[in-house]
Design a protein around this ligand. Structure first.
Ligand code: HEC
Length: 323
C-alpha cells in the first residue's frame, strides 16, 4: 500500500503521504508542504573545481554530483558537453545532473544519449533513469528501450515503467532470515546506483549518496554497514530508528502543520526542524502550539518487495561500495 503511494508521487510528496497515511482525513487540509527541491549547493564556491580540467575525472564527477539544480541550470551547455563525451565517470555524473536540472535542452540531451547505440550501455541506462527522474509523469519514452539488446538499457527502461518481471521461480521472502539468505552475496554496484536513484524505488527521495538525493534520512556515504545490517534496515525499517531522523510535526498557533526531522527546542523555546531541502526552519515559542515527534520510521515498509532480487542485490552492492 505504502509502496504504491510512494511510486505514484515524487519527491516531497512522499514525506507528506507517509505521514498522511497515519492521520485522520479531516486533518489533511491544513498541511503545508515543506520546500520541494534541494536548492542549496552542498559544495560552495569550491564546486567550480569541476570546471578545472587539471582535476581527475573522478574528482570532477564527485564535485559535480554536489551541484544544486540551480547551478546546473546556469551551466547547461557545459554540462551537456560533459555528458556527451569524455571520461565515463564525469559523463555519468553530468547525465545525473541534467536529470536534476530538467528543462528541454537537458531532456533532449538525455534522449540523444540513450538513443546512441555506440555509447556505453551503462551511460545509456543512466540517461534513461535520469530522464525518468526529471519528469516522473511522462515515462512513455522508455517504451522504446524495453527490448533493447543491451540488458542494462532494457532493465532501466523496464524499471522506469515498473515492468521488470520477476523470474517465475523467484519467491518473495517473507521473513528477515529468508531475505538475508536471498540477497546475501553478489550484485553490480553501477546498476545499484540506478536502482538507488530511480524515482520508482525512491531511496534518493530521502537519502544522499555520492552527493545526490535528499536529506530526510541518514546519508549513505561512508555509512560503513555490513550487508546483513543493510538488509535489515531496508526490510524492517521500523526496527531500529535513528533518533535524529524521527519525523516531527510543528503545529503553529495559526493552525499550520509543518513536518521535518531533527527537531530541536532551544533554551528560549524556539523550535527548529530540518526540512527536506536540508535547511533549518524555526518558529519562536510564541508561534508554536504543539511539537509532536512521530513514532516509528518515515522510511516505508515494503521497499524490498518492490524490487526484484537482482535489483536488491545490485542496490546492496552499491551501498557497500560507498564505504
Ligand atoms: C520516506 C523516506 C525514506 C525512503 C524512501 C527511504 N528511506 Fe531509508 N531511512 C529513512 C529514515 C528517516 C531513516 C532513519 C530512521 C530509521 O532508521 O528508520 C532511514 C534509514 C535507512 C538506513 C539505516 C541507516 C543507518 O544509520 O544504519 C538504510 C541503510 C536505509 N535507510 C536505506 C534505504 C534504501 C536503500 C532505500 C531505498 C530502497 C531507502 N532507505 C528509502 C528514510 C527513507
Amino acid at each position: 500500500m505504502k509502496v504504491a503511494l510512494l511510486t505514484g508521487l515524487v519527491g516531497l510528496g512522499i514525506l507528506l503521504v507517509v505521514w498522511i497515511s497515519r492521520r485522520a482525513p479531516s486533518e489533511l487540509a491544513a498541511i503545508a508542504p515543506l520546500p520541494a527541491a534541494v536548492t542549496t549547493d552542498r559544495v560552495g564556491t569550491g564546486g567550480l573545481a569541476v570546471l578545472d580540467p587539471q582535476q581527475s575525472a573522478e574528482d570532477r564527477a564527485r564535485t559535480l554530483a554536489g551541484w544544486s539544480a540551480d547551478r546546473v541550470r546556469q551551466h547547461v551547455p557545459t554540462v551537456v558537453g560533459w555528458a556527451e563525451s569524455g571520461p565515463v565517470p564525469l559523463r555519468a555524473s553530468a547525465i545525473w545532473a541534467l536529470g536534476l536540472a530538467g528543462g528541454s535542452v537537458a531532456l533532449e540531451t538525455l534522449e540523444r544519449i540513450m538513443a546512441d547505440t555506440d555509447t556505453e550501455a551503462s551511460l545509456r541506462a543512466d540517461a534513461i533513469t535520469a530522464r525518468a527522474r526529471a519528469d516522473t509523469h511522462s515515462v512513455e519514452f522508455a517504451e522504446r528501450w524495453v527490448s533493447d539488446p543491451q540488458p542494462a538499457v532494457a532493465l532501466a527502461a523496464r524499471r522506469v515503467l515498473r515492468r521488470e518481471e520477476r523470474p517465475p521461480d523467484e519467491k518473495i521472502p517473507t521473513t528477515l532470515v529468508e531475505w538475508q539468505e536471498a540477497v546475501a552475496t553478489g550484485g553490480d554496484a553501477a546498476a545499484g546506483r540506478r536502482v538507488f536513484l530511480s524515482p520508482q524505488v525512491g531511496c534518493a527521495q530521502c537519502h544522499v549518496a555520492e552527493g545526490r538525493g535528499r536529506v530526510a534520512g541518514p546519508g549513505m556515504d561512508g555509512l560503513g554497514r555490513d550487508r546483513a545490517t543493510l538488509i535489515e534496515a531496508i526490510v524492517e525499517p521500523a526496527k531500529v530508528v535513528h533518533p535524529d531522523f524521527q519525523s516531527a510535526v510543528v503545529e503553529t498557533r495559526s493552525g499550520e502543520l509543518w513536518q521535518g526531522i531533527q527537531a530541536r527546542t532551544a533554551a528560549d523555546g524556539t523550535v527548529t526542524l530540518i526540512g527536506l531541502d536540508g535547511q533549518p526552519w524555526s518558529w519562536p515559542a510564541s508561534e508554536v502550539a504543539k511539537l509532536e515527534i512521530l513514532p516509528g520510521s518515515i522510511m516505508p515498509e515494503g521497499l524490498a518487495e518492490a524490487m526484484t532480487r537482482a535489483e536488491f542485490r545490485d542496490l546492496l552492492a552499491y551501498l557497500e561500495s560507498l564505504r
